[in-house]
Design a protein around this ligand. Structure first.
Ligand code: TTP
Length: 635
């Protein structure tokens, strides 16, 4: 249910940036011969030419739509280039597109708080940047305003033909405008600069909406595409919402929107204005009622949260009609393939971003033959996530079994699965340094208890006994401890405390070696492991059967719906790991010769905590988008 948040008192400048026909652009960059040609990306399923999932703007001119299949698209646009989405493990592999989206995000995040809202869209809070521009170089003092900014659409601004750009220039430069409009004008200039930078550095075009809140910015970004931007001054909000169909508003596409239409006869957002707040609260509860009252007036206080990485990883596959899975063996086969992909993705998230997922969830859609209770849904099930493909597969199959048992109840009837998906969620940061230092520490411990590195969870299990728990759970416990607590806490056993407490005693430290120290600290490390064993046993319950949590509803796990709330600063570093303070040591106090005895990777990490690397400034000069692309000539 939507949550009503009043807007902050000071005006904000929020942008919503949405890539144009994103998958098509990614394919066109990969194969420039496709540029300028009508192109669409089709799903992995060749039935009737495959379902279209992204349609290029050249193809849209012929009437090609996303709802079509390849065969139909070919009929209305014989020259259309149909590109199949990359395939891995018998299903679509979206990594190419995810990575391309990340390239864009890293550029957009340079100007303000950035929230990655889906694979190809981002919210930016540009308030500070706009305020700074307004105080230092307001638009009215600029000698030149870039051609692309002048192509902005300013809602409510009367523009016609050739006067268009002149009128926009005047609006941008108006010195008697109120502070809010002046901020939006600065926002428009900043967003155009960012869009040009995205274009030059990634070769992708995007469109944007610039407004005082997220809701209005999102509505605006879709109004003029491709490669354009739309500004929403406060004075135009009423007109914008007056004719906006309720179903077009985010969060009103489903049951709530339908109820507004059927129960209250509300067809546009503007229609909501006739209802008092009390009346809306009476119908939909205090929170939703207030939210509806707010949005009909263009009020939305949702903040842009710092979120550059996905909140969860999910992968799924549908099995429509006759493809429904009807045997346990066929379900297991697909569960295994999905787990294989999920395992790769969480592992690379761990390796690249030092993030660890804690919860595994399986969702399915199912039917029963001659169903007596058609309303009963296949329940989603969760358990603590254990790293390693085989473990994930094992647990996911058990989640499925458990879900199927609940779904069928006491009925012994045929069933079918029409969709399966698994997700890794509750992702948290692993403090910098944990992986390799743990790996290093573990390498120094006699082989009978040697563990795979926290950054390298292997599939093979050591023999389980009542005292030796599953090694991967142990690793996860270490890592999850690391993620949820200060690094001090992970290393609360002797080793690092001793480093920390002895660094002041310079002479002692100089004589000793950290390498030796670690080698002789096995007993402390065991203590630490035991503590972690206990905590992870509490958490993971048992390695033989996952403890299931049931979800009442089928949650959407697609990456498009949620991205994590990582705190990453503008240099791309996790803040919590920046300072040496967490370790209780000061770089100046560390004897370099001691540091030099550590393996290179650890030296590098320790140095980075104290002296994080700076990013190079890669901005380039912009010019018009229109002239940027021309189809690549063959031959
Ligand atoms: P969208 O942003 O919805 O659309 P788009 O970028 O293709 O086109 P537009 O210029 O109109 O914004 O989706 C982003 C990508 O997500 C899209 O290129 C393909 C993928 N996608 C799917 O795979 N399935 C879907 O149902 C939708 C809507 C998108």
């Amino acid at each position: 249910m939507p949550i009503a948040r009043p807007e902050p008192q000071n005006a904000r400048v929020i942008a919503h940036v949405d890539m144009d026909c994103f998958y098509v652009q990614v394919e066109q960059r990969k194969n420039p011969e496709l540029r300028g040609l009508p192109t669409a990306v089709v799903q992995y399923n060749s039935w009737k030419g495959g379902g279209l999932i992204a349609v290029g703007y050249e193809a849209r001119k012929f009437g090609v739509k996303r709802s079509m299949r390849g065969d139909e698209a070919k009929r209305i646009c014989p020259n259309i280039q149909l590109i199949q989405v990359p395939v891995a493990r018998g299903k679509a592999d979206l990594n190419l597109y995810r990575n391309a989206g990340s390239e864009v995000v890293s550029i957009l995040a340079t100007k303000g708080r950035c929230e990655r809202a889906s694979i190809d869209e981002v919210y930016l809070d540009l308030t500070d940047a706009a305020e700074m521009m307004l105080s230092e170089t307001p638009p009215e003092v600029l000698e030149e305003i870039d051609e692309e900014v002048l192509k902005s659409h300013v809602l409510g601004l009367h523009v016609e033909g050739n006067e268009r750009e002149e009128n926009v220039k005047e609006w941008l430069r108006q010195s008697d405008a109120d502070h809010q409009d002046k901020l939006l004008a600065c926002g428009a200039i900043i967003v155009e600069q960012l869009r040009m930078k995205v274009l030059y550095e990634t070769k992708f075009t995007c469109s944007a909406g610039i407004a005082h809140n997220k809701m209005l910015a999102k509505l605006a970004s879709a109004m003029h595409k491709p490669a354009q931007q739309t500004v929403v001054p406060s004075s135009s909000v009423k007109d914008l919402l007056a004719s906006l169909p309720v179903k077009k508003m985010k969060q009103l596409g489903g049951k709530l929107g339908s109820s507004l239409q059927t129960d209250l006869g509300v067809n546009t957002i503007g229609d909501l204005l006739q209802f008092s707040q009390e009346k809306l609260q009476e119908h939909y509860g205090v929170n939703t009622g207030t939210w509806l009252w707010n949005i009909s007036r263009g009020i939305s206080g949702d903040a842009v949260v710092d979120r550059l990485l996905p909140k969860s990883h999910g992968c799924g596959k549908t099995f429509p009609g006759p493809q429904a899975l009807k045997t346990i063996a066929s379900v297991e086969n697909w569960v295994n393939q999905l787990c294989d992909e999920l395992s790769d993705r969480i592992q690379s998230d761990l390796d690249q971003n030092r993030r660890i997922a804690h919860t595994l969830t399986l969702h399915a859609r199912a039917f029963k033959e001659n169903d007596m209770e058609p309303q009963r849904k296949f329940p989603s099930k969760s358990c603590p996530l254990r790293y390693g493909t085989a473990k994930i597969q094992e647990d996911a199959v058990k989640l499925f079994d458990s879900g199927l048992r609940d779904f069928l109840g006491s009925q012994h009837i045929g069933w079918g699965i029409t969709s399966l998906s698994i997700a890794a969620s509750k992702i948290s940061d692993l403090p910098q340094g944990t992986c390799s230092i743990l790996k290093f520490l573990q390498g120094k411990i006699p082989s009978s208890t040697s563990l795979s590195g926290a950054g390298e969870f292997h599939n093979e299990s050591l023999p389980l006994s009542s005292t030796v728990m599953d090694q991967e759970i142990k690793q996860k416990a270490l890592a999850s401890e690391a993620a949820s607590n200060d690094i001090d806490i992970i290393f609360q056993a002797k080793p690092l405390k001793r480093i920390g407490s002895s660094v002041g005693k310079t002479k002692d430290v100089r004589k000793s070696s950290i390498l030796k120290f670690f080698q002789s600290s096995n007993s402390s490390f065991h203590t630490m492991n035991q503590a972690c064993e206990r905590s992870s046993l509490d958490q993971a319950s048992s390695s033989s059967f996952p403890e299931c949590e049931e979800h009442s509803d089928l949650e959407q796990i697609d990456e498009q719906v949620g991205f994590s709330e990582d705190r990453i600063d503008s240099d791309g570093h996790h803040n919590q790991t920046r300072n040496g303070y967490t370790w209780g040591i000061n770089m100046e106090n560390i004897d370099p010769s001691v540091l030099d005895e550590l393996p290179m990777e650890i030296q590098r990490e320790i140095r980075e905590w104290f002296h994080p690397p700076k990013r190079a400034n890669t901005s380039r000069k912009g010019s018009s988008i229109v002239h940027y692309f021309s189809p690549v000539k063959k031959g």
